[in-house]
Design a protein around this ligand. Structure first.
Ligand SMILES: Nc1ncnc2c1ncn2[C@@H]1O[C@H](COP(=O)(O)OP(=O)(O)OP(=O)(O)O)[C@@H](O)[C@H]1O
Length: 711
């Protein structure tokens, strides 16, 4: 029989549970009082106390480090001091973050404690350097996530710990090699998943699932793409992969950098505390718009224009536009040095220019190399005449006015923003660059009705900024980071994929998304295509289908939309069965559901955890006023929920990636109507319907979209 022990803490009682799906009663170990000092729980608490003392000692050691002997140089000293301060901060003992959450006892090891490892968020060792807690990312911790009865990976016992307010109150055992032990599902895992949500996103280190761990620990060399239904843990997995990679390849990534790209600031605020909680620092976060912010964006394109500007064909149009100014020299070069004149004939200059143009180098790099190549031709002539010029002479020739003037004429400097401005305002220039690529109608679509006078005065759109970024890269290579996580990737245009891809051209990426949640007119239809635009063709695509957020009833309801929005995709399963989690209410007034929506919010606030009121963007103003009239304060998305401020008013356009314990969805038809076309509207609705952890109340006065009707 498996030993399932759960010892309720006499002071604080059992772990808090969601009222909607109680954890089944654990089995008590009748042999001993597990909570007594020498019972199993007592011994685990003793190890926890000893580990915390060891951590305090590690911190004290770091604080006591005297670096005055190490370096006399104050710059080095300051850098070292900074490192030490980071280490001291990382060694803080956070009262509400358990130091370890699991234990592994390996098979066949002698002695009571040999082969026993406590798994936690960070490494802790005692004064003799013996490990007390092993970092969850270390190789020895991996079986905690992967070992199974089918493949025990030498693990005899896996123990999970339960905490209440920082106090160790329960544990649960699995004996993986005991043939008599029955398979049981983990009550502690369920309790963690059922936990009412409030505040920013939390780490899942204690409960990463085997299929998630495969992705988290995928090698740094490869790009992994994850397709997953709402709530399957894509974001969680992506962030934990960053933490894992920083552990396994710290030096390399500290040098090259890591970037997390998310759909908007609210989302980035929601996830930003997951990484520091994992003990990581220095990971940049940005939206795609922020990555390409070369100009101020003040304009907007129609969907048709935005789609065309985001089309991958624009890359070739831009390449030609940037190189449009390259011209063949019209006359030979004459360089005067001292009393001598050196001539390079026009045909040879032409060869140099065409040879440079044929090389696969950036426009700017080629422009920098050109004077030297021309000077070399002069040098060859000097040598033929019996002179022995060295590198300094070549440099001097390269800097002469004659060479500079020639380069300016044949390979003029290019300003990326001005090039795009000209492309969108000068029909002849566009026609040259787009010949054979864009037809006449498409070219007309691209041209501004009233061309601006200059870069500063232009009303640049988000898609224009991406074009400018591409032009920048054509002129000068964009530096690549070591790893990029791209979340909600389904919404990017091909040109946006290229913008992200050049930021990891020599690194790797984790691409996370759900084709059914694509809400841009250019949303991708296949991951293979997206990966090709990203510059990582043929990368591994994994699918996650086990949903950890949305209750079964709610996901089944939302999935009625799937055949209309992403016909090929499988419906997600849910690990959470909470009857009564879905209620669809017709509003009492046929005109507007506002009063009923406010009432539904007040009812939702009676539950524990955060409440999200999601509504069509156009209804946010009215709902905000109605909530204020009812004396209810609400937050904006991205603002941190707390036990005091739990209600967030969320425009449907910002709901992606977020989650709330209870969601009230106002007027689904208005959410659909808020989008330019029916399919995007239904996808937006699908996103809104899948944000709830414990329950969803739908309030409507207009008829529900017919696609939501029971199949
Ligand atoms: N192994 C796990 N253990 C506990 N909780 C988990 C696990 N995996 C995911 N979760 C939780 O499930 C919720 C959904 O996860 P996440 O936001 O990463 O999903 P997602 O696939 O990115 O969803 P969406 O497509 O809606 O953005 C989060 O609260 C996350 O902490």
């Amino acid at each position: 029989m498996p030993t399932h022990v759960h010892a309720p803490d006499p002071v604080s009682g059992p772990a808090p549970r969601s009222p909607h799906a109680p954890v089944p009663d654990p089995v008590h170990d009748p042999a001993s009082d597990p909570a007594s000092d020498d019972g199993p729980l007592g011994r685990e608490r003793a190890h926890l106390a000893a580990s915390r003392a060891a951590l305090r000692a590690m911190r004290a050691d770091a604080e006591a480090l005297d670096i005055s002997d190490v370096t006399a140089n104050w710059v080095n000293a300051a850098a070292l001091r900074h490192q030490i301060e980071l280490r001291i901060a990382a060694l803080a003992d956070l009262a509400h973050t358990p130091l370890f959450f699991g234990r592994l006892d390996y098979d066949g090891t002698a002695g009571e404690n040999a082969g026993r490892f406590y798994i936690g968020r960070r490494h802790v060792h005692d004064a003799a350097g013996e490990p007390m807690v092993i970092d969850w990312r270390a190789p020895v911790s991996q079986p905690f996530y992967r070992a199974s009865r089918a493949d025990p990976m030498d693990v005899a016992l896996r123990r999970r710990f339960g905490y209440t307010g920082g106090r160790l109150t329960a544990y649960e055992d699995e004996r993986l090699t005991d043939p008599a032990a029955a398979d049981t599902s983990s009550a502690l895992l369920r309790a963690e998943i059922e936990r009412p949500r409030v505040g920013p996103m939390r780490d899942i280190v204690a409960t990463i699932q085997p299929e998630q761990d495969e992705i988290v620990r995928a090698g740094i060399g490869g790009t992994v793409c994850v397709q997953g239904a709402p709530g399957t843990g894509k974001t969680a997995v992506g962030l934990h992969r960053v933490a894992y990679l920083l552990y396994a390849h710290r030096e390399r990534l500290a040098r090259s950098g890591v970037l997390v790209v998310g759909p908007n600031r609210s989302f980035l605020q929601y996830i930003e505390q997951v990484l520091p909680a994992l003990g990581e620092v220095g990971v940049a976060q940005a939206t795609v718009e922020e990555l390409v912010a070369h100009v101020e964006v003040r304009g907007e394109d129609s969907p048709a224009v935005a789609r065309l500007k985001g089309d991958a064909r624009m890359a070739e149009v831009l390449r030609r536009a940037v190189r449009d100014g390259i011209t063949a020299p019209t006359e030979g070069l004459v360089v005067v040095r001292g009393s001598r004149r050196w001539r390079v004939p026009v045909h040879e200059l032409e060869e140099i220019v065409t040879g440079t143009a044929a090389r696969d180098v950036r426009y700017g790099a080629a422009r920098e190399a050109l004077p030297q190549r021309i000077a070399h031709a002069v040098l060859v002539r000097m040598e033929a005449a019996g002179e022995a010029p060295d590198d300094r002479v070549q440099d001097a020739v390269a800097r002469t006015k004659a060479v500079k003037d020639l380069v300016k004429a044949v390979w003029p400097p290019v300003d990326p923003a001005r090039t795009v401005l000209r492309l969108l305002s000068d029909p002849a220039f566009l026609a040259r660059a787009a010949d054979g690529i864009l037809d006449a109608d498409e070219q007309r679509l691209l041209l501004w009705e009233r061309p601006p006078r200059g870069v500063r005065g232009a009303r640049w759109s988000p898609a224009d900024a991406v074009l400018i970024d591409e032009a920048h890269d054509l002129v000068q290579r964009t530096p690549s980071l070591g790893h990029v996580v791209l979340d909600e990737a389904q919404d990017l245009s091909p040109m946006q994929y290229r913008a992200v891809g050049r930021r990891c051209s020599t690194g790797s990426a984790t691409v996370l998304g759900d084709l059914a949640q694509g809400t841009t007119p250019w949303a991708t239809t296949t991951w293979e295509e997206a990966l090709a635009h990203l510059g990582k063709p043929g990368s591994r695509v994994e699918e996650l289908t086990r949903g950890f957020r949305v209750p079964r009833e709610v996901i089944a309801y939302a999935s009625r939309l799937l055949p209309h929005i992403a016909p090929g995709l499988a419906e997600a399963t849910s690990v959470r069965d909470s009857p009564g989690s879905l209620e669809v209410r017709a509003a009492s007034s046929p005109d507007s559901p506002t009063a009923d929506t406010v009432r539904a919010c007040l009812e939702a606030l009676e539950h524990e955890g955060s409440v999200g009121l999601i509504a069509a963007d156009a209804r946010i103003g009215e709902l905000g006023r109605a909530l204020a009239d009812a004396g209810v304060d609400c937050l904006a998305p991205g603002e941190e929920t707390s036990t005091e401020a739990r209600l967030t008013l969320v425009p449907a356009s910002l709901a992606k990636g977020l989650e709330y314990d209870w969601v009230v969805l106002d007027e689904p038809a208005a959410v659909v109507d808020g989008e330019p076309d029916g399919r995007t509207g239904l996808r937006r609705l699908y996103v809104a319907l899948t944000r709830a952890v414990s329950g969803l109340t739908v309030v409507h006065s207009a008829p529900l979209p017919e696609q939501l009707a029971a199949p």
